[in-house]
Design a protein around this ligand. Structure first.
Ligand SMILES: [Zn+2]
Length: 428
């Protein structure tokens, strides 16, 4: 069924325009002064708003919203072993679903309409994405390092099955496979996943070179650094998204560049978990890697507001490089939109006719966006997600003037899911 939306009187590239969306695509952009008549099923008033591309979150664990604020300021392994894993072991599909819904509401509020997700139930997150109207690449996750070898086949069968089952969703849902990390996945399974991803063209999403301990462990277990190990087993030849890529040598950087790997930078998570290293932005960019930005999960961020990560990413590079010109506002916006857009089959940062109709409206009457010297500067250094007034994805309005349909119920249900999950494990 055809559907259309007319966004009236938005500011786009210093021009006042009406943006006409049809069947999920920007079908026309008419200057307001021209008075072009368009009939549409619905309208969205954009007076006082900039039309802007939405943000892309290249690595998160959506349902970890349920863990937000539960166990901060702890050493990484203590946090994982005491405050995360015991609860994740017993988490239900329903709890994962409500955690994902809460994450999506938060991301919509902050202008993100696509996220690259890694969590425990593909279908629970896919259902949440379908209902909320956003886009996501959702991974079928594998952790098997402590499993009996006989159990591996079960993981592989599940990945094959879910790869088929993704067909039942709209094209807003994309499928990926996520071997969690080199220290949680057997070499046998990593090799199987690499073969599967090459055979099917599926994206491989993994954590990579996040901490010094991971690098040391990989040298001990696999005789090479994590990047060298993945290179040896062919993983760099897949469509690879590597989250973190903090602990890298010059030769690691050269390899990630040579294969055009998406290197997803999670500055807040890295700083909060004190990984004691910094994503080498300039070197990765120069080598040819795809530099992208992400929040990581709400357990280690604790916000899913990409505006916070944009500012912190820029500041972190400047401080580390002792250079104010490092990671400019323009570059950091590219990391949150244009750089990863093509990889994930999304529209880039230019809102033009023919592009998929995903956009956000930014309220330029807000004090933190004035005076209007530079929108790019304001978005990175001054704004938070609160400047986002409305959100459109696939030609549908997901948030209209800060209102999201069903938000109150989602927050209540997610609170209840967290309460039940924590009580069940704590009482056991
Ligand atoms: Zn992560």
């Amino acid at each position: 069924m055809s559907s259309s939306l007319l966004i009236t009187d938005a500011t786009l590239n210093d021009q006042r325009v009406n943006i006409y969306c049809e069947d999920g695509v920007i079908a026309a952009i008419d200057p307001v002064a021209k008075n072009v008549e368009r009939n549409s099923d619905s309208t969205l008033d954009a007076r006082g708003m900039f039309a802007y591309p939405p943000l892309i979150n290249s690595h998160t664990h959506s349902s970890m919203t349920l863990f937000r604020g539960n166990g901060d300021d702890l050493p990484l392994m203590e946090w994982l072993t005491q405050r995360v894993w015991p609860y994740e072991r017993g988490i239900t599909v329903d709890e994962i679903y409500w955690g994902a819904k809460l994450a999506i509401v938060e991301m919509i509020r902050n202008g993100t309409v696509f996220f690259n997700d890694m969590y425990w139930d593909f279908h629970a997150v896919a259902k949440a994405v379908e209902e909320m109207g956003v886009r996501a690449m959702i991974a079928s996750v594998i952790i098997d390092v402590n499993d009996e070898p006989a159990k591996r086949q079960k993981h592989w069968d599940r990945i094959e099955r879910q790869h088929q089952e993704v067909e039942k969703y709209s094209d807003r849902v994309q499928f990926a496979v996520a071997p969690h990390a080199v220290y949680t996945v057997s070499e046998e399974s990593y090799r199987w996943v690499v073969d599967f991803c090459k055979r099917t063209g599926t994206v491989l999403h993994t954590h990579l070179s996040e901490t010094e301990g991971e690098v040391e462990g990989c040298i001990k277990d696999h005789g090479g650094r994590p990047v060298e190990y993945l290179h040896r087993i062919g993983a760099l030849e897949t469509n690879l998204v590597a989250a973190h890529t903090v602990w890298l040598t010059e030769s690691d950087i050269a390899l990630l560049g040579e294969y055009g790997v998406v290197c997803s930078h999670n500055p807040v998570s890295n700083m909060k978990l004190a990984v004691n290293g910094v994503y080498p932005y300039r070197k990765l960019q120069a080598a040819g890697a795809i530099t992208a930005l992400a929040t990581d999960g709400a357990g280690s961020n604790n916000s899913l507001d990409m505006f916070q990560d944009m500012k912190i990413a820029a500041l972190l590079q400047k401080l580390t490089d002792n250079d104010t010109t490092s990671l400019s506002a323009h570059e950091v916006l590219d990391m949150a939109s244009d750089n990863p857009a093509k990889f994930f089959n999304l529209g880039g940062k230019e809102l033009v006719v023919g592009r998929q109709a995903d956009l956000i409206l930014i309220d330029h009457t807000r004090p933190e966006l004035n005076p209007a010297h530079s929108l790019e500067s304001h978005l990175v250094y001054s704004a938070t997600g609160n400047v986002v007034d409305s959100v459109v994805c696939d030609g549908k309005v997901l948030m209209e003037h800060r209102h999201i349909e069903g938000e109150e119920e989602i927050i209540a249900k997610a609170n209840e899911a967290a309460r039940v999950l924590f009580a069940r494990v704590d009482d056991a």
